[in-house]
Design a protein around this ligand. Sequence first.
Ligand code: SF4
Length: 85
Amino acid sequence: MVALAAPGESWHEDTTREEVSMKIQVDWDRCTGMGMCESLAPDVFEVDDDGSLIVHAEEVPEGMESDVREAVAACPTEALSLEGE
Ligand code: SF4
Protein backbone atom coordinates (compact mmCIF):
# COMPACT_ATOMS: atom_id res chain seq x y z
CA MET A 1 0.00 0.00 0.00
CA VAL A 2 1.28 3.48 -0.90
CA ALA A 3 0.86 6.35 1.56
CA LEU A 4 -0.43 9.51 -0.07
CA ALA A 5 -0.48 13.03 1.33
CA ALA A 6 -3.96 14.10 2.35
CA PRO A 7 -5.54 16.88 0.29
CA GLY A 8 -4.24 20.21 1.50
CA GLU A 9 -1.25 18.65 3.18
CA SER A 10 1.92 20.30 2.01
CA TRP A 11 5.14 18.55 1.32
CA HIS A 12 7.89 20.54 2.97
CA GLU A 13 11.22 20.31 1.24
CA ASP A 14 14.42 21.33 2.89
CA THR A 15 16.07 24.27 1.21
CA THR A 16 19.45 25.71 1.95
CA ARG A 17 19.79 29.34 2.89
CA GLU A 18 21.74 30.03 -0.28
CA GLU A 19 18.71 29.08 -2.36
CA VAL A 20 16.42 31.53 -0.60
CA SER A 21 16.61 35.03 -1.95
CA MET A 22 17.00 37.83 0.56
CA LYS A 23 15.01 41.00 0.21
CA ILE A 24 16.41 44.33 1.27
CA GLN A 25 14.10 46.23 3.61
CA VAL A 26 14.54 49.94 4.31
CA ASP A 27 12.87 51.78 7.15
CA TRP A 28 12.72 55.10 5.36
CA ASP A 29 11.81 56.97 8.55
CA ARG A 30 15.14 55.91 10.05
CA CYS A 31 17.41 56.50 7.07
CA THR A 32 19.33 59.73 7.43
CA GLY A 33 21.36 59.39 4.22
CA MET A 34 24.68 58.93 6.01
CA GLY A 35 25.95 56.63 3.28
CA MET A 36 27.65 53.89 5.25
CA CYS A 37 25.73 51.36 3.20
CA GLU A 38 26.90 52.95 -0.03
CA SER A 39 30.54 52.76 1.01
CA LEU A 40 30.23 49.03 1.76
CA ALA A 41 27.95 47.93 -1.10
CA PRO A 42 28.02 50.67 -3.75
CA ASP A 43 26.44 48.47 -6.41
CA VAL A 44 23.31 48.16 -4.30
CA PHE A 45 23.09 51.40 -2.31
CA GLU A 46 23.59 54.97 -3.49
CA VAL A 47 23.04 58.23 -1.68
CA ASP A 48 22.27 61.00 -4.13
CA ASP A 49 23.35 64.63 -3.88
CA ASP A 50 20.42 65.62 -1.68
CA GLY A 51 21.05 62.78 0.77
CA SER A 52 18.31 60.46 -0.44
CA LEU A 53 19.03 56.77 -0.45
CA ILE A 54 18.52 54.87 -3.69
CA VAL A 55 18.40 51.07 -3.49
CA HIS A 56 19.32 49.53 -6.83
CA ALA A 57 18.13 46.01 -6.06
CA GLU A 58 15.03 44.74 -4.29
CA GLU A 59 16.74 41.43 -3.67
CA VAL A 60 20.37 40.90 -2.74
CA PRO A 61 22.25 40.19 -5.98
CA GLU A 62 24.10 36.91 -6.20
CA GLY A 63 27.61 37.20 -4.86
CA MET A 64 26.87 40.38 -2.91
CA GLU A 65 25.43 38.74 0.21
CA SER A 66 28.49 39.46 2.31
CA ASP A 67 28.76 43.13 1.28
CA VAL A 68 25.06 43.74 1.84
CA ARG A 69 25.14 42.03 5.25
CA GLU A 70 28.03 44.30 6.23
CA ALA A 71 26.11 47.33 5.00
CA VAL A 72 23.04 46.32 7.00
CA ALA A 73 25.14 45.81 10.13
CA ALA A 74 26.98 49.10 9.65
CA CYS A 75 23.93 51.31 9.23
CA PRO A 76 24.11 53.65 12.23
CA THR A 77 20.36 54.15 12.41
CA GLU A 78 19.44 50.49 11.87
CA ALA A 79 17.37 51.48 8.86
CA LEU A 80 18.33 48.37 6.91
CA SER A 81 17.29 44.79 7.37
CA LEU A 82 17.15 41.61 5.33
CA GLU A 83 14.01 39.58 4.87
CA GLY A 84 14.38 35.86 4.20
CA GLU A 85 17.67 35.34 6.01
S1 SF4 B 1 23.75 53.66 6.16
FE1 SF4 B 1 21.63 53.60 6.92
S2 SF4 B 1 21.13 55.72 7.34
FE2 SF4 B 1 22.92 55.72 6.03
S3 SF4 B 1 22.12 55.89 3.95
FE3 SF4 B 1 22.39 53.74 4.39
S4 SF4 B 1 20.39 53.07 5.15
FE4 SF4 B 1 20.41 55.28 5.29
